[in-house]
Design a protein around this ligand. Structure first.
Ligand SMILES: [Zn+2]
Length: 130
């Protein structure tokens, strides 16, 4: 698979991490949408965890840069930020943890389960008219 815009993006982008993520997303889109429908892709919705290591603006920029030349001429990406949420087994409560550290901010317990906030998910692909 080749990305004609890759070299241009490479010169503009400071962070290669988001460009490689954008390429992974396009590969997922290629797997999910049959070739004959790819030109109809209007919107893609991504969920990026607050501690996923993704910079949403950089990822949106990288996608804007490579989507048009990757078989998805009309596609726009919307990135929804997902808070880092943990379940504390000591407090038996679920809460948003803004520090991103894997401990309960209330009681300090490390007996927690990470519920969300570290993921990057291609949540939905919307197709428009022909
Ligand atoms: Zn707790």
């Amino acid at each position: 698979m080749s990305f004609p815009a890759f070299n241009i993006c490479k010169e503009i982008l400071i962070d290669m991490h988001e460009l490689s993520l954008a390429q992974n997303i396009i590969e997922m889109m290629n797997d999910a949408v049959p070739a004959e429908k790819q030109h109809r892709v209007k919107t893609i919705h991504l969920e990026a965890g607050a501690f996923s290591g993704v910079v949403p603006d950089s990822l949106a920029f990288a996608l804007d840069c490579i989507l048009p030349d990757s078989g998805f001429p009309k596609a726009r990406a919307f990135i929804h930020e997902i808070p880092f949420t943990v379940y504390c087994k000591t407090c038996k409560r679920k809460r948003i943890n803004n520090s991103g550290i894997s401990i309960c901010e209330e009681c300090g317990s490390s007996e927690i389960e990470i519920l969300s906030g570290t993921e990057l998910i291609l949540k939905a692909i919307e197709l428009g008219d022909e």
